[in-house]
Design a binder for this molecule. Structure first.
Ligand code: TEU
Ligand code: CA
Length: 556
């Protein structure tokens, strides 16, 4: 089977915020269908849609109450069928989000498990008696608070690494595994082309749920060493691959927390690797101090080393994914660029990196027009449970303002404001009241204005997507970083079959010189995000302007 997922571009849609079609302020599948010609224009090859199954929405759909039903707010099963047909008609493949580490507590499995401990579903989740009111272990939830909740009906605790409405499935139970495999086959048999597998490396929890280390000032322990990359995980993934994946021409993208490149090899570079690529978090933690809420300065050298290390460790046996934006991350142009003074330059500089690295590029909705973070001024504007819980914890210390400031920098809601389609009401997202505030800068940053501007961020993405598609050296060519210790510039060669491209990225708001005297005479300018001529004397390259990106081709 071909590896089509190596050559293509993946676009991610967060359905709730993409396009509303019926005026209820919530994005939906008919809304997505109405925008497929645009996605075709952009030139994407695969579409990953965040969960569209029935859900009570505790974690915006990552809490699934029925894996087989399309969530009514998003549309009908017929709408899904039409979406799949319309995507395939445009040669765009569909990747569904598979959340199989946990379900919603409103899933019938959980309801039966809590009411009938001795029944067929009694052992579908992690139930523990606790010891005289003590929690079974000191693990904290990723969303704050304990990872165990007492259930009045069953009179036991159950484990939830995320929201208490997201009970973790017991993957040691073969019945659980077979139910999940059956569900996966159901969607693949309908023609779905791949899965993005949510927190797939958390499936195996260490026996006895050993207490984790409690950091100063924290109330709960860090359970990550005991529930990530567990001993039985490889067996579960190998079984999943044998029972499901290997029977289909599909792509499997694992989302893995707390996984470095050497650990990743077992998932994606081993002999019968069960997964094709990983969405990891290493490069997304460079500006985290002690966790995401603790701000650290962005260190470009560390960032570059992570990218280089993943390439060295994983290729050529395996393959990488690369992203700067998704529904869990703040907007990259605000985080790594300068959305005030160098909006166009920093957005297109980041796009150049995304589209010239040796990894499948993931473009997240709105990234291609340079959508920015939102300046949250009030608790009531928040929607994400992770940010809401963080705000409430800081409110106890009377630090609400500081909490809103940090949430406006790193919170997940930054990525979940509606896509800014036009200057119309609600940025053309909805005729009703959107479920979350539209960023007021939509008058200046919107897709329809950029579509008609050949010098826009949108058309920069579109041109570079096309350029990457036509230059295999940028896809599967070698990756040779130069000036690795430069703190402002990311520079690397991409080479294949005698074709060599040099990519220069200035991550700073200052002019930077780049000494390339040894080879600049053989370079011809190909592409970039400043418009002046780039011809240069034989012995030097022009200084890089603030957030300037340049691609040179080595003439033989
Ligand atoms: O994310 C897993 C995950 O680790 C993130 O929630 C991360 O911890 C958090 O974003 C840090 O800011 C996946 C989904 O992408 C996320 O949307 C879900 O909330 C989570 O799993 C639970 O399903
Ligand atoms: Ca709607």
């Amino acid at each position: 089977m071909s590896n089509w997922w190596k050559d293509g571009i993946i676009y991610q849609i967060y359905p709730k915020s993409f396009q509303d079609s019926n005026g209820d302020g919530i994005g939906d599948i008919p809304g997505i269908i109405s925008r497929l010609d645009y996605l075709d224009y952009l030139g994407i090859d695969m579409l990953w849609i965040s969960p569209i199954y029935e859900s009570p929405d505790a974690d915006n759909g990552y809490d699934i109450s029925d894996y087989y039903k399309i969530r009514p707010e998003f549309g009908s099963d017929q709408d899904f069928e039409e979406l799949l047909i319309e995507l395939h008609r445009r040669d765009i493949r569909l990747i569904l989000d598979m959340v199989v580490n946990h379900t919603s507590d409103e899933h019938e499995w959980f309801q039966k498990s809590r009411k009938d401990p001795a029944g067929p579903y009694g052992d579908f989740y992690h139930w523990q008696p606790g010891n005289n009111g003590e929690l079974p272990s000191n693990w904290g939830s990723f969303f704050g608070g304990p990872a165990w909740t007492w259930d009045e009906i069953r009179q036991e605790y159950y484990l939830h690494l995320f929201h208490k409405k997201q009970p973790d499935l017991n993957w040691e139970n073969p019945e659980v595994r077979q139910e999940i495999y059956k569900m996966m086959r159901h969607w693949l048999d309908r023609g779905v082309d791949g899965f993005r597998l949510d927190v797939i490396n958390l499936l195996d929890k260490a026996d006895g749920y050993p207490d984790g280390q409690i950091k100063d000032g924290q109330k709960y322990g860090n359970g990550v060493p005991y529930f990530s990359n567990g001993d039985r995980l490889d067996d579960y993934l190998a079984e999943m691959n044998n029972e499901v994946f290997r029977h289909y021409d599909m792509v499997t993208i694992g989302e893995t927390i707390a996984t470095d490149a050497s650990q990743a090899k077992t998932f994606i570079s081993s002999e019968n690797h069960p997964l094709d690529m990983l969405i990891h978090f290493e490069h997304m933690s460079v500006d985290h101090g002690d966790g995401k809420w603790d701000k650290a300065e962005f260190d470009l050298v560390e960032f570059k080393n992570i990218i280089g290390n993943w390439d060295k460790e994983i290729r050529p046996e395996g393959w990488n994914a690369f992203y700067l934006n998704n529904h869990d991350q703040p907007r990259a142009v605000s985080r790594f660029g300068d959305d005030e003074n160098y909006h166009y330059q920093s957005a297109t500089m980041l796009a150049t990196m995304l589209l010239t690295l040796p990894a499948t590029p993931f473009v997240y909705q709105g990234e291609e027009i340079g959508m920015t973070n939102y300046n949250f001024q009030d608790f009531n504007e928040l929607r994400d449970i992770e940010s809401i819980n963080y705000y409430k914890s800081k409110a106890k210390e009377n630090k609400e303002k500081a909490a809103l400031k940090r949430i406006s920098e790193i919170g997940r809601d930054n990525a979940r404001t509606p896509v800014q389609w036009s200057k119309e009401l609600n940025a053309g997202f909805s005729e009703g009241k959107p479920w979350i505030k539209v960023n007021p800068n939509y008058q200046a940053i919107n897709l329809s204005q950029q579509r008609n501007d050949e010098d826009s961020i949108l058309n920069y993405y579109r041109a570079l997507i096309e350029f990457r598609r036509n230059n295999q050296a940028l896809i599967s060519g070698s990756f040779e970083q130069i000036a690795a210790d430069d703190e402002e510039i990311f520079a690397y060669w991409r080479r294949l079959d005698g074709v060599s491209y040099l990519v220069l990225l200035n991550f700073s708001n200052k002019e930077q010189s780049f000494l390339a005297d040894s080879f600049c005479s053989i370079l011809s300018y190909v592409n970039g995000n400043y418009f002046e001529e780039k011809e240069h004397p034989d012995n030097s390259l022009p200084d890089l302007k603030p957030y300037e990106a340049r691609i040179y081709r080595q003439s033989n």
